[in-house]
Write a protein that binds this ligand. Sequence first.
Ligand code: SF4
Length: 262
Amino acid sequence: MKVNYGNTVPISTVDWHGKVSIVFFLRGCPYRCPYCQNHELLFESNLVDTSLLEAEMKKSRPFVSSVVFSGGEPLMQKDTVMHLAGFAKKIGLLVGIHTNGYYPHVMAELMEKGLVDKFFIDVKAPVNDAEMYAKAIGCKDYTDMHLDPQNAMEKVAESINLVLAKGVELELRTTIIRDFIGSSDDVSEIARSINELTGSREVVYVLQQGFAENAMMESLRNIKPLSRDELLELAVVSHEFLENIYVRSKEKGNEKVNFKSV
Ligand code: SF4
Protein backbone atom coordinates (compact mmCIF):
# COMPACT_ATOMS: atom_id res chain seq x y z
CA MET A 1 0.00 0.00 0.00
CA LYS A 2 1.23 3.53 -0.80
CA VAL A 3 1.24 6.59 1.41
CA ASN A 4 1.55 10.18 0.28
CA TYR A 5 4.35 10.89 2.70
CA GLY A 6 6.02 14.06 3.96
CA ASN A 7 8.46 13.31 6.75
CA THR A 8 9.01 11.71 10.14
CA VAL A 9 10.07 12.94 13.55
CA PRO A 10 11.35 9.71 15.13
CA ILE A 11 11.04 10.90 18.74
CA SER A 12 8.90 13.85 19.83
CA THR A 13 7.71 15.05 23.22
CA VAL A 14 5.68 17.99 21.94
CA ASP A 15 3.11 16.48 19.59
CA TRP A 16 1.19 14.54 22.27
CA HIS A 17 1.61 16.24 25.59
CA GLY A 18 2.70 13.74 28.27
CA LYS A 19 3.72 11.06 25.75
CA VAL A 20 6.80 10.33 23.69
CA SER A 21 5.77 9.76 20.09
CA ILE A 22 6.99 9.04 16.63
CA VAL A 23 5.27 11.55 14.33
CA PHE A 24 4.44 11.10 10.65
CA PHE A 25 3.61 14.13 8.55
CA LEU A 26 1.44 13.07 5.63
CA ARG A 27 0.87 15.11 2.48
CA GLY A 28 -2.28 16.72 1.18
CA CYS A 29 -4.98 18.87 2.78
CA PRO A 30 -8.34 20.17 1.58
CA TYR A 31 -7.75 23.52 3.34
CA ARG A 32 -5.46 26.41 2.46
CA CYS A 33 -5.00 28.17 5.80
CA PRO A 34 -3.03 31.32 4.93
CA TYR A 35 -0.80 30.84 8.01
CA CYS A 36 -0.05 27.18 7.21
CA GLN A 37 3.55 26.39 8.18
CA ASN A 38 3.57 23.02 6.42
CA HIS A 39 2.38 24.25 3.04
CA GLU A 40 5.13 22.35 1.26
CA LEU A 41 3.09 19.26 2.13
CA LEU A 42 -0.02 20.57 0.41
CA PHE A 43 0.92 20.56 -3.23
CA GLU A 44 3.36 17.89 -4.40
CA SER A 45 2.96 14.20 -3.83
CA ASN A 46 5.55 11.67 -2.72
CA LEU A 47 4.18 8.16 -2.80
CA VAL A 48 6.17 5.62 -0.82
CA ASP A 49 5.36 2.16 0.44
CA THR A 50 3.74 1.97 3.88
CA SER A 51 6.38 -0.62 4.81
CA LEU A 52 8.84 2.28 5.08
CA LEU A 53 6.74 3.87 7.83
CA GLU A 54 6.23 0.52 9.51
CA ALA A 55 10.00 0.06 9.65
CA GLU A 56 10.36 3.53 11.19
CA MET A 57 7.76 2.68 13.83
CA LYS A 58 9.63 -0.50 14.70
CA LYS A 59 12.89 1.45 14.97
CA SER A 60 11.39 4.07 17.30
CA ARG A 61 9.37 1.52 19.29
CA PRO A 62 11.91 1.08 22.15
CA PHE A 63 11.86 4.83 22.82
CA VAL A 64 8.23 5.85 22.24
CA SER A 65 4.80 4.85 23.49
CA SER A 66 2.73 6.32 20.69
CA VAL A 67 2.50 7.31 17.07
CA VAL A 68 0.98 10.59 15.91
CA PHE A 69 -0.34 11.08 12.38
CA SER A 70 -0.10 14.73 11.42
CA GLY A 71 0.28 16.70 8.24
CA GLY A 72 -1.16 18.10 6.06
CA GLU A 73 -4.40 16.34 6.82
CA PRO A 74 -3.74 12.66 7.53
CA LEU A 75 -7.39 11.59 7.29
CA MET A 76 -7.41 12.42 3.57
CA GLN A 77 -5.64 9.07 3.23
CA LYS A 78 -8.22 6.94 4.93
CA ASP A 79 -7.12 3.43 3.93
CA THR A 80 -3.47 4.19 4.54
CA VAL A 81 -4.05 5.64 8.01
CA MET A 82 -6.31 2.69 8.89
CA HIS A 83 -3.57 0.32 7.81
CA LEU A 84 -0.76 2.15 9.62
CA ALA A 85 -2.82 2.64 12.78
CA GLY A 86 -3.55 -1.09 12.72
CA PHE A 87 0.17 -1.81 12.46
CA ALA A 88 0.91 0.61 15.32
CA LYS A 89 -1.62 -1.16 17.52
CA LYS A 90 -0.07 -4.53 16.68
CA ILE A 91 3.32 -3.39 17.98
CA GLY A 92 1.75 -1.85 21.09
CA LEU A 93 1.74 1.85 20.24
CA LEU A 94 -1.02 4.26 21.17
CA VAL A 95 -2.39 6.18 18.20
CA GLY A 96 -3.00 9.94 18.11
CA ILE A 97 -4.34 11.89 15.14
CA HIS A 98 -3.98 15.60 14.41
CA THR A 99 -6.86 16.60 12.18
CA ASN A 100 -8.65 19.65 10.87
CA GLY A 101 -11.96 17.85 11.48
CA TYR A 102 -13.01 17.67 7.84
CA TYR A 103 -13.43 13.88 7.76
CA PRO A 104 -15.88 12.84 10.50
CA HIS A 105 -16.76 9.58 8.66
CA VAL A 106 -13.10 8.50 8.72
CA MET A 107 -12.88 9.37 12.40
CA ALA A 108 -16.02 7.33 13.06
CA GLU A 109 -14.52 4.30 11.30
CA LEU A 110 -11.22 4.60 13.17
CA MET A 111 -13.09 4.71 16.47
CA GLU A 112 -15.37 1.80 15.51
CA LYS A 113 -12.29 -0.30 14.80
CA GLY A 114 -10.58 0.77 18.01
CA LEU A 115 -7.64 2.20 16.08
CA VAL A 116 -7.31 5.57 17.77
CA ASP A 117 -6.61 6.68 21.33
CA LYS A 118 -6.70 10.45 21.00
CA PHE A 119 -7.87 13.05 18.49
CA PHE A 120 -6.42 16.55 18.34
CA ILE A 121 -8.91 18.67 16.38
CA ASP A 122 -8.19 22.16 15.09
CA VAL A 123 -10.88 24.70 15.80
CA LYS A 124 -9.68 27.41 13.47
CA ALA A 125 -12.54 29.85 14.06
CA PRO A 126 -15.90 29.84 15.85
CA VAL A 127 -17.78 26.69 14.83
CA ASN A 128 -20.90 28.76 14.23
CA ASP A 129 -19.41 31.46 12.01
CA ALA A 130 -18.93 30.34 8.41
CA GLU A 131 -17.45 33.67 7.41
CA MET A 132 -14.67 33.44 9.97
CA TYR A 133 -14.11 29.81 9.03
CA ALA A 134 -13.82 30.85 5.38
CA LYS A 135 -11.10 33.34 6.31
CA ALA A 136 -9.23 30.86 8.51
CA ILE A 137 -9.13 28.02 6.00
CA GLY A 138 -8.28 30.18 3.00
CA CYS A 139 -11.57 30.21 1.06
CA LYS A 140 -11.28 33.98 0.68
CA ASP A 141 -7.67 34.07 -0.48
CA TYR A 142 -7.33 30.82 -2.42
CA THR A 143 -10.35 30.89 -4.68
CA ASP A 144 -9.19 27.80 -6.62
CA MET A 145 -10.01 25.76 -3.52
CA HIS A 146 -13.78 25.35 -4.18
CA LEU A 147 -14.60 24.35 -0.65
CA ASP A 148 -17.82 25.40 1.04
CA PRO A 149 -16.87 26.95 4.41
CA GLN A 150 -20.31 26.31 5.89
CA ASN A 151 -19.94 22.63 5.07
CA ALA A 152 -16.35 22.53 6.40
CA MET A 153 -17.40 24.16 9.65
CA GLU A 154 -20.32 21.75 10.08
CA LYS A 155 -17.97 18.83 9.56
CA VAL A 156 -15.69 20.12 12.32
CA ALA A 157 -18.68 20.42 14.64
CA GLU A 158 -19.79 16.89 13.69
CA SER A 159 -16.28 15.54 14.33
CA ILE A 160 -16.12 17.10 17.79
CA ASN A 161 -19.49 15.71 18.82
CA LEU A 162 -18.67 12.28 17.42
CA VAL A 163 -15.48 11.98 19.46
CA LEU A 164 -17.23 13.21 22.61
CA ALA A 165 -20.08 10.74 22.08
CA LYS A 166 -17.62 7.85 21.75
CA GLY A 167 -15.65 8.92 24.81
CA VAL A 168 -12.31 8.93 22.98
CA GLU A 169 -9.78 11.38 24.41
CA LEU A 170 -10.01 14.75 22.73
CA GLU A 171 -8.03 17.96 22.55
CA LEU A 172 -9.38 21.00 20.72
CA ARG A 173 -6.89 23.63 19.75
CA THR A 174 -6.64 26.98 18.05
CA THR A 175 -3.47 28.34 16.53
CA ILE A 176 -3.35 32.00 17.45
CA ILE A 177 -1.97 34.36 14.81
CA ARG A 178 -1.83 38.03 15.73
CA ASP A 179 -4.00 40.28 13.54
CA PHE A 180 -5.37 37.26 11.69
CA ILE A 181 -7.29 35.07 14.13
CA GLY A 182 -6.33 35.79 17.70
CA SER A 183 -7.98 38.92 19.04
CA SER A 184 -9.76 38.56 22.36
CA ASP A 185 -13.10 38.85 20.51
CA ASP A 186 -12.10 36.04 18.14
CA VAL A 187 -10.98 33.76 20.95
CA SER A 188 -14.01 34.57 23.06
CA GLU A 189 -16.30 33.63 20.16
CA ILE A 190 -14.40 30.39 19.53
CA ALA A 191 -14.66 29.39 23.19
CA ARG A 192 -18.33 30.34 23.29
CA SER A 193 -19.04 28.30 20.15
CA ILE A 194 -17.30 25.23 21.64
CA ASN A 195 -19.34 25.58 24.81
CA GLU A 196 -22.57 25.91 22.83
CA LEU A 197 -21.72 22.99 20.56
CA THR A 198 -20.68 20.58 23.29
CA GLY A 199 -23.03 21.85 26.00
CA SER A 200 -20.12 21.68 28.40
CA ARG A 201 -17.29 23.67 29.94
CA GLU A 202 -15.15 20.57 30.38
CA VAL A 203 -13.61 19.90 26.97
CA VAL A 204 -9.83 20.36 26.81
CA TYR A 205 -8.96 23.50 24.86
CA VAL A 206 -5.45 24.60 23.91
CA LEU A 207 -4.37 28.05 22.75
CA GLN A 208 -1.29 27.47 20.62
CA GLN A 209 1.26 30.16 19.92
CA GLY A 210 1.26 30.45 16.14
CA PHE A 211 4.40 31.25 14.17
CA ALA A 212 3.93 32.86 10.80
CA GLU A 213 7.50 33.22 9.56
CA ASN A 214 6.98 30.34 7.13
CA ALA A 215 3.32 31.09 6.44
CA MET A 216 1.92 30.12 3.06
CA MET A 217 0.76 33.71 2.55
CA GLU A 218 3.79 35.95 2.26
CA SER A 219 2.06 39.00 3.72
CA LEU A 220 1.69 37.20 7.05
CA ARG A 221 5.34 36.30 7.44
CA ASN A 222 6.34 39.41 9.43
CA ILE A 223 3.70 38.89 12.08
CA LYS A 224 5.14 38.66 15.57
CA PRO A 225 3.94 35.66 17.58
CA LEU A 226 1.88 36.34 20.69
CA SER A 227 3.90 36.09 23.87
CA ARG A 228 3.00 33.57 26.58
CA ASP A 229 1.57 36.43 28.65
CA GLU A 230 -0.66 37.49 25.78
CA LEU A 231 -1.83 33.88 25.39
CA LEU A 232 -2.61 33.78 29.12
CA GLU A 233 -4.78 36.89 28.67
CA LEU A 234 -6.68 35.04 25.94
CA ALA A 235 -7.03 32.06 28.27
CA VAL A 236 -8.75 34.33 30.78
CA VAL A 237 -11.15 35.46 28.05
CA SER A 238 -11.90 31.82 27.11
CA HIS A 239 -12.47 30.92 30.73
CA GLU A 240 -15.86 32.61 30.62
CA PHE A 241 -16.98 29.57 28.58
CA LEU A 242 -14.48 26.77 29.20
CA GLU A 243 -12.74 25.27 32.20
CA ASN A 244 -9.79 23.14 31.01
CA ILE A 245 -7.61 25.58 29.16
CA TYR A 246 -3.98 25.13 28.22
CA VAL A 247 -1.49 27.51 26.73
CA ARG A 248 1.24 26.15 24.48
CA SER A 249 4.21 28.44 23.93
CA LYS A 250 7.90 28.26 23.11
CA GLU A 251 8.62 30.05 26.39
CA LYS A 252 7.13 27.40 28.69
CA GLY A 253 5.79 24.52 26.60
CA ASN A 254 2.39 23.09 27.47
CA GLU A 255 0.79 24.55 30.61
CA LYS A 256 -2.61 24.07 32.13
CA VAL A 257 -3.81 27.51 33.10
CA ASN A 258 -4.43 27.97 36.80
CA PHE A 259 -6.98 30.76 36.90
CA LYS A 260 -6.33 31.42 40.56
CA SER A 261 -2.84 32.67 39.72
CA VAL A 262 -3.37 34.61 36.48
S1 SF4 B 1 -2.69 24.55 8.66
FE1 SF4 B 1 -4.53 24.35 7.37
S2 SF4 B 1 -3.74 24.07 5.27
FE2 SF4 B 1 -2.05 23.65 6.69
S3 SF4 B 1 -2.11 21.46 7.00
FE3 SF4 B 1 -3.29 22.38 8.67
S4 SF4 B 1 -5.40 22.40 7.95
FE4 SF4 B 1 -4.11 22.04 6.17
